[in-house]
Structures are given as structure tokens and as C-alpha cells.
Design a protein around this ligand. Structure first.
Ligand code: GLP
Length: 271
């Protein structure tokens, strides 16, 4: 069944979907700048309560506005990142930190360096570590030694992945190596205009690592995320949609772009 946005039944279905999301409210960013500001407000409010907060960062196009906004606010002394400590969620396996595709490089370029975060407050996954199993264990130990994650900021994959936890991932998993799905690799080939060979494997914090964060902020933008967001809004935990693991988290905020509002994507998500 395909429903148009103006079909009266669409409204009814969407109302049902909304009611079935038990643990979180979706905030809709009306514009790109509002999306970034609301996300930055969220981080700023945590830092006001806890300046030494431990935060896990996502990579991708979605958080770029947030990073720019945080850099601007830090430069204008509206917030201080001086005591905060940063981890990341994931990276490709086998790439050096200097590689153009490296998520560590991306985060340094787009956020950590311009924000002036001190090196001793940064611990990013080493996708090219020689002993990768040891790296996974060390990473979990480093998060624990920092007192655990206060906030995990997440992006969303088109197939519902969070970090690089692909459909079918073990929800009790901690940091581990993962075989990337064809869909994920194809999306990344398109994003890089085919300029780079996309690695077959990634390294990611596990779903259990994410769920252990005291607070989660899920950022969702791009029409390609419509099906994954609809699965989340369906409110039923489903291992085929890793994002639905977040339904069980007691302190989850979802910020989604206006382009994903139910009426705007009804024709994509209708069965
Ligand atoms: C990659 C990353 C994810 C990220 C996702 C969304 O697959 N592994 O951590 O959330 O991309 O990226 P974008 O924000 O560019 O859509």
C-alpha cells in the first residue's frame, strides 16, 4: 500500500506510529541551522552540568553542522570544551589516521583541532592497530577509566546501523571488528564518488557500549534514512534494525531533519 502525504489514512497511521515510540520524543529540526543549534544546545547543556563530560562522537555528514556550531560557540566563549573528553564510535579497519577516509582524521579536521581540544582528552579508535583484539579491549578499558560515556552522539546508517553495528549485530556486543554490509559500502562508495576503495571491515563500539552511555543523542538527516527512522518509530526492538536497540534506553533524544517528517516520507515508508 502506498499512501500520499495528503491521504487522510496517512495521518492516522502516523499517529499510531508516534504512540508506539515509548521512550523518546523526536525533535524535528526545521532547517539545517536549527538542527545544528538544537544539537549544540544539547551538548552545551551537558557541559554546563558536567564540564568534564565524556562524549562519544559520530562521523558523517549529519553531525558536521553540530561540530561547526560547537567550534563557533567555543571560539566565542559561549561554552568550554577544555575539560571534556572525547571518544569516537567507529572507523574503517586498516586505515592509518592520515588516510583521507579515516574517521579519526575526519573528526580531528572537522571538530577536535578547530575546537582546540587537548590531545590528552582525545582517544579515538585505532583502525590500523597491529593487535586489533587488544585495541578493542583497550578502548573499552579507556572508556571505563574515564568514568563511562556521559553522552553518545549517534548518526544513523540507511540500513539502521549505529556506529558500524550492522543489521543482525549482537546487542550485547562491546567494541569489535565488523564486516561491513554491501549496503553500507555502496553508500560510502557513492559518498566518495568512487575515488577510494572502501574497506570490507570496520571497528566499532558495540551496541552494549552505546546503551551503557548515560545519555544518547541520535541525529538523523537525509531522505535515505526514512526507512530506518520508520523502523525506529515503529517501536518494536528488531535486530534487523540496530537503531531499534535504542528504544530501551532511558535517556534518549532523537533529533531528525524536517525532510524526514512523516508526511514528507509517507511514500517511501509505506509498505
Ligand atoms: C557511517 C558511519 C556511521 C554514521 C553513518 C551516517 O556509516 N559508520 O557512524 O552514523 O555513516 O552517516 P551520514 O551522517 O553521512 O549519513
Amino acid at each position: 500500500m502506498r499512501l500520499k502525504a495528503h491521504d487522510p489514512r496517512t495521518k492516522e497511521i502516523m499517529r499510531d506510529l508516534k504512540m508506539s515510540v515509548p521512550t523518546s520524543t523526536i525533535l524535528w529540526g526545521r532547517s539545517g541551522s536549527e538542527f545544528s543549534c538544537v544539537a549544540a544546545d544539547h551538548v552545551a547543556s551537558l557541559l554546563a552540568r558536567k564540564p568534564e563530560a565524556v562524549i562519544a562522537l559520530p562521523t558523517g555528514q549529519t553531525p558536521l553542522g553540530l561540530y561547526a556550531e560547537l567550534v563557533t560557540r567555543a571560539a566565542g566563549k559561549q561554552l568550554s570544551l577544555a575539560q571534556a573528553r572525547f571518544f569516537n564510535l567507529d572507523d574503517y579497519l586498516g586505515l592509518s589516521v592520515g588516510h583521507p577516509l579515516s574517521y579519526a582524521r575526519f573528526l580531528r579536521e572537522h571538530f577536535l583541532i578547530p575546537a582546540g581540544v587537548a590531545e590528552e582528552h582525545i582517544r579515538l579508535l585505532r583502525g590500523d592497530a597491529v593487535g586489533i583484539e587488544a585495541e578493542c579491549g583497550d578502548y573499552e578499558a579507556a572508556i571505563e577509566a574515564a568514568g563511562g560515556l556521559d553522552l553518545a552522539i549517534l548518526g544513523l546508517g540507511t540500513n539502521g546501523h549505529i556506529g558500524f553495528n550492522e543489521p543482525g549485530s549482537d546487542w550485547s556486543g562491546r567494541t569489535h571488528v565488523v564486516s561491513l554490509s554491501e549496503e553500507t559500502r555502496a553508500t560510502h562508495v557513492a559518498q566518495t564518488q568512487g575515488k577510494f576503495a572502501i574497506p570490507e571491515y570496520g571497528i566499532t563500539v558495540g551496541i552494549s557500549t552505546i546503551l551503557a552511555a548515560r545519555e544518547i543523542l541520535l541525529l538523523v538527516a537525509g531522505r535515505g534514512k526514512a526507512r530506518a527512522l520508520a523502523a525506529f518509530r515503529g517501536g518494536i526492538p528488531d535486530p534487523d534494525w540496530p537503531v531499534t536497540a535504542l528504544l530501551t534506553h532511558p535517556n534518549l533524544t532523537v533529533l531528525a531533519a524536517a525532510e524526514l517528517q512523516p508526511a514528507a516520507v509517507a511514500n517511501v515508508i509505506a509498505p
